[in-house]
Design a protein around this ligand. Structure first.
Ligand code: FAD
Length: 499
């Protein structure tokens, strides 16, 4: 008999796992069972993504217009940050570069040089196609354009519950068995330490070769059953609460997520076809739940739909993600606030890595498990640094922000910021999921101007450089009218039936 994979949990992580393994390890060689409890339910948020999710959908063979329509989705060119560096600050982290390298040097060094010479006044966003298109609420995939203007990527916003439903249909159609029930205990093999079986309510027991723990924050298998410690990162990322609240659609149908900083945290705004998702992320040490609710209610575009949903979390990760025959994916593995929409990315990359490393028969070699953990820890730590950077460089005056600016940073981030301050270069480490343009967007966007630039940027004559920047900008501006309005694009290609 072939391998039996048990997936514990049916939130986004569980159904993404089921769909991917059904696709890559089809029956009958692999049997897949997913256990979930309707009584416990899912977290249900997780609506903004990054472009890598397109690879996941492509791997499954999902047709983009059908997927967007089925999930009440919209398109995302990046994130607009409002009020982060200081009150009134506005910048865009777009999914793209600021133009091709010039004489082999990244464009932001030339921008810094021109700026220092007094030749440029506009923010670097003016050379980002996603930022320019987003400012005008325009969207089409880059294939609609040519040349430099076509150098961008995109992601989606979607209803997380509908995405899980779509993946469930996909997985069940490919032989995944869903078992409704609550896991009440886990048995361990006294010799190997492996999970030997899961006990479900109603005196049921299931056994498998590998358990993928997708039980959310409770981490029933990796955390509870195996006792894998949790590494707490809240000294760097102290937000521990969120209030999520949908509202009716009103105002702009933006092809981007908005993140608005407030006195003790920030607020997200995610446009969907049938509603707008909103949420306030804050630290309970600085803001009471009642104050948070009042602040969120005052800041909605449309009428509130239902009651706000309170969520509590601690930022951090499990010490190991794969131990014995258990691999944790999603919230069971760790959590970092959704500032850069990275949770579903971590679900996806964890699953793909697992599929690449998991043997088709027999137990995994210790080296394979170590490699999975090494790579996953690296990815978590790099995202952690990127998120901390958003906070620690802010010049906002409120006590929360002053504390964030004064904190002692992880060495990896301290080095990154020091090199940036010196010559505008971003050292990239192993497993970095945000490339240099992402760091440039956030650092320059918040007004963290380096003292210098890479010396190689001094080669081109200043007047030629100035001309080139003007030409590039003109090329991007000229391309903009060829992009339709975001709402027209959605209405024409992927309108949901009940939007
Ligand atoms: C405030 C907030 C905002 C977020 N925003 C984003 C975002 O914009 N973008 C993004 O990528 N991510 C975001 N995330 C993260 C995203 O929501 C999660 O990564 C994603 O939903 C995966 O969750 P999950 O499946 O791991 O857990 P859950 O959704 O909690 O699912 C857990 C599953 O396990 C089952 N279960 C638990 N215990 C048992 C048991 N004993 N027996 C049987 N079944 C059990 C439950 O029934 C459920 O099916 C956000 C998270 C939070 C908290």
């Amino acid at each position: 008999m072939g391998q039996h994979i048990i997936i514990a949990g049916g939130g986004s992580a569980g159904w993404m796992a089921a769909a991917l393994f059904a696709r890559l390890r089809p029956a009958p060689d692999t049997r897949i069972t997913l256990v979930e409890s309707d009584a416990i339910g899912t977290i249900g948020v997780g609506e903004a993504t990054i472009p890598i999710l397109r690879d996941f959908n492509r791997l499954l063979g999902l047709h983009e217009p059908d997927f967007v329509a089925a999930t009440q989705g919209s398109f995302k060119l990046g994130i607009e940050f409002v009020g982060w560096g200081e009150a009134g600050n506005r910048h865009f982290h777009g999914f793209g570069d600021f133009g091709a390298p010039i004489e082999g040097v990244a464009p932001h060094h030339h921008w810094l040089r021109l700026r220092a010479a007094g030749g440029i006044a506009d923010p670097i966003d003016a050379w980002s196609m996603p930022a320019l298109a987003a400012a005008r609420d325009r969207f089409a995939p880059p294939e609609a354009l040519r040349g430099e203007a076509a150098e961008y990527r995109y992601a989606y916003h979607f209803d997380a519950g509908l995405y899980a439903q779509l993946l469930r249909s996909y997985a069940e159609a490919r032989g995944v068995t869903r078992v409704e029930g609550r896991i009440v205990a886990a048995e361990r093999d006294p010799e190997t330490g492996n999970l030997a079986g899961l006990l479900l309510d109603g005196d049921r027991r299931i056994t498998g070769d590998l358990c993928i723990d997708c039980t959310g924050f409770s981490s029933r298998l990796l955390g509870d059953a195996l006792g894998t410690p949790f590494i707490d990162w809240s000294r760097w990322l102290p937000a521990d609460r969120a209030l999520a609240q949908g509202c009716t659609r009103a105002g702009r149908f933006t092809p981007f997520t908005r993140s608005t900083a407030h006195a003790v945290g920030w607020q997200w705004r995610v446009p969907l076809q049938h509603r707008t998702g909103n949420g306030l992320v804050y630290s309970s040490a600085y803001l009471s739940d009642d104050e948070a609710a009042a602040r969120l209610a005052a800041d909605l575009d449309g009428d509130a739909i239902g009651d706000p949903r309170p969520l509590r979390f601690t930022t951090g990760r499990r010490e190991r993600f794969w131990a014995h025959n258990v691999v944790a994916i999603g919230l069971a593995a760790g959590f970092m606030e959704p500032l850069e929409s990275t949770s579903l990315q971590l679900v996806q990359t964890g699953l793909v890595r697992l599929a690449e490393l998991l043997p088709t028969t027999g137990a995994a070699d210790a080296a394979v498990i170590d490699e999975y953990n090494r790579a996953t820890i690296g990815e978590y730590e790099r995202i952690r640094d990127f998120l901390i950077a958003h906070y620690c460089i802010s010049r906002r005056p409120e006590p929360f922000w002053r504390d964030m600016a004064a904190m002692s940073l992880p060495d990896s981030l301290a080095h990154k910021l020091a090199l940036w301050d010196a010559i505008g270069r971003v050292p990239l480490y192993d497993r970095e999921s945000h490339a240099e343009p992402s760091w440039v967007a956030v650092l320059l966007g918040q007004g963290r101007i380096p003292r210098g630039h890479e010396p190689t940027a001094d080669r081109p004559p200043l007047d030629a450089l100035d001309r080139l920047f003007r030409e590039r900008r003109a090329e991007l501006e000229a391309a903009l009218p060829r992009l339709p309005a975001h709402d027209h694009f959605v209405a024409k290609t992927c309108r949901a039936r009940t939007a």
